[in-house]
Ligand binder design. Structure first.
Ligand SMILES: [Zn+2]
Length: 319
């Protein structure tokens, strides 16, 4: 019978680095990868960074080069709610160098069942500031840029152009279509997630990079009429479902930055929590799409200005 767990014979099979818990062990791992690698790491990172990100650096798909890509990347998170909470925390923890966060709401008691980036003490404060404070406490090495205002047609282009990747976790269709159109026009990758009740959905839209890839409007050509799709405040949502979907969203963002694995451009991932069933379905570009098709009509964001003026603010649940 083994005297320890894992049995010694098993631990010997693991790389010593896989068991690294101290800075000294991490340095020993880097040394094992060769003098040139060690030299590169010392040039790229401080000792604290090497230790903080050691579990990433251990992954051959990430390594020091990948960790440097994360540090050089910038991501905008739209919405500091149920999806934005785990998304922001995992991006900050992963060492994404610059993270913007836009949300014009304040923290309410009914948010806390799922919006875990906020605390009870933050009730009444601006969500962008509350979330930024939590993320900074988690990782002071990354730059968190809170924008405590609503994303609108006049401020969207400049804000979206300022980041490499945009993540949508917003709670209304007006913002979702605005983000989708602005991302397409600015040639930015959009990682979009949504949840309702016990179900979630996730996809990546980057027709500028994946030439056969669809845009958001290939999936949803137009916003639904106001009131047709219930909001979370009307229909409810299991808090943990927003956590899973926001975490999957963070994973896809990291994959996009690192350029690893199979992305979700051209596919939609859906998760039914009650059935414990996840699946992906193919999504093709729509030749009749008003945004990305050959006869595209949408050339700017003016229709969003008109929609906002008309008060068309249908709500969808996204946390
Ligand atoms: Zn399209």
């Amino acid at each position: 019978m083994a005297e320890s767990w894992p049995p010694e014979s098993n631990t010997r099979a693991l790389s010593p680095a896989a068991l690294a818990v101290s800075g000294a062990d991490t340095r020993s791992l880097l040394f094992r990868r060769g003098r040139a690698y060690l030299g590169m790491m010392v040039e790229l990172f401080t000792e604290d960074e090497i230790e903080r990100y050691s579990r990433h650096i251990l992954l051959k798909e990430v390594g020091g080069v990948g960790q440097a890509k994360l540090r050089d990347a910038s991501v905008l998170v739209v919405g500091a709610g149920g999806l934005g909470s785990p998304l922001l925390l995992y991006l900050a923890a992963a060492g994404v160098g610059r993270i913007g966060l836009i949300d014009d709401d304040s923290v309410e008691l009914s948010n806390l069942q799922r919006q875990i980036v906020h605390t009870t003490a933050a009730i009444g404060t601006r969500k962008a500031e509350s979330a930024a404070a939590t993320a900074r406490a988690l990782n002071p090495l990354v730059r968190i840029e809170p924008h405590a205002r609503r994303l609108e047609a006049d401020n969207a282009p400049a804000l979206i152009e300022d980041y490499d990747i945009i993540c949508d976790g917003s709670d209304n269709f007006a913002t979702r279509f605005l983000v989708a159109d602005a991302c397409f026009l600015a040639r930015r990758t959009l990682v979009s997630a949504a949840v309702l009740r016990f179900e979630g959905q996730l996809s990546v839209f980057k027709p500028h990079a994946d030439l056969a890839g669809p845009c958001y409007r290939c999936l949803y050509p137009e916003p639904p009429p106001a009131g047709l799709v219930p909001s979370c405040s009307e229909a409810g949502v299991l808090g943990a479902v927003t956590g899973v979907m926001g975490t999957l969203q963070a994973t896809e963002v990291l994959k996009e930055i690192l350029g690893i694995g199979e992305g979700l451009s051209g596919r939609v991932l859906t998760w039914d929590a009650l059935a414990a069933r996840m699946r992906t379905v193919r999504l093709r570009r729509d030749p009749a799409c008003r945004l990305c098709g050959p006869g595209a009509e949408i050339r700017d964001l003016t229709e969003h200005t008109r929609a906002a003026a008309a008060g068309d603010q249908a709500v969808v649940c996204a946390g």
